[in-house]
Design a protein around this ligand. Sequence first.
Ligand SMILES: C[S@@+](CC[C@H](N)C(=O)[O-])C[C@H]1O[C@@H](n2cnc3c(N)ncnc32)[C@H](O)[C@@H]1O
Length: 289
Amino acid sequence: MDESSNQQEQQSSTFIMEENNTQLAWLFNLDANLTRAMGGVFPERNGDITGIHDVLDLACGSGGWSLEIAHLYPQIQVVGVDINKQLIENVRMLAQERGIPNAHYQLTNILDPLPFPDASFDLVNARTLYSSFEPANWPPLLRECYRILRPGGTLRLTEMERHLTSDLANERMWDLLTRALYISGRSFSPDGHHIGIVPHLGRLLHETGFIDIRNRASTPEISPQTPHFGTWREQDAYVWQLVEPFLVRTGVATLEEVQTLRAEALKGFNSESFCATAFYFTCWGMKPQ
Ligand SMILES: C[S@@+](CC[C@H](N)C(=O)[O-])C[C@H]1O[C@@H](n2cnc3c(N)ncnc32)[C@H](O)[C@@H]1O
């Protein structure tokens, strides 16, 4: 392994979850839930990809979004980057197995200057980065996105707020997570009660120089009566498992307290009256011509 990729792997600790197979399973589940809830890979464009030739997906995770774009639009070149070597190797293998030659992947720490020339993409996409970065990391990242976009190109950011649920234990798990993000400096919330990033996306785009800024919210309902309840329950079960070491590390609860609450939160999902609303928010802006 060369020195730079070794450094990139060491820096993977910016992500609050450990790199393991449960994380991989969660990322596939998250991608599917999110793309479906948002109404597809490009819902705001209604399938109109005029002027899009090169797409970059930042922190591509499982690679689900980028693979789908590349599969649907074989004339577009798609690049996905992530700091996790296992994810990059896995998605390269998937692209090869599925015969998607226009999807390319590379190991990259997106907190460093992005390894692409000026004006090399028409669309830069980034979904659910909130837990990896401190507020101060966002302006330099957005300036890099601006630099690598062509005039008229789009930066598209999708982030989330905590779910609203009917269940006390699930609410308490969200309280712990938002508090731990706050304590570790990864929160935009003034008091740690929320994730807090959603209202900042438009401001960050404005301040970087993007224009024509728009947004779109997706608020999937999660209850036993809804068709994809099982996959959402699975998603939260993965999340509560994966964030356990982070919650303990930040001191918001002991391991025993988190384990007890996590077991109650999973039971809460099985109650017939369980209901929740998830909040995803996409905000996009254009680099002036
Ligand atoms: C919540 S996942 C989102 C994955 C994907 N964007 C999606 O929506 O399905 C966050 C991703 O950010 C990646 N990540 C965290 N810090 C990073 C960094 N500094 N540079 C690049 N990727 C990073 C993690 O490895 C993980 O795959």
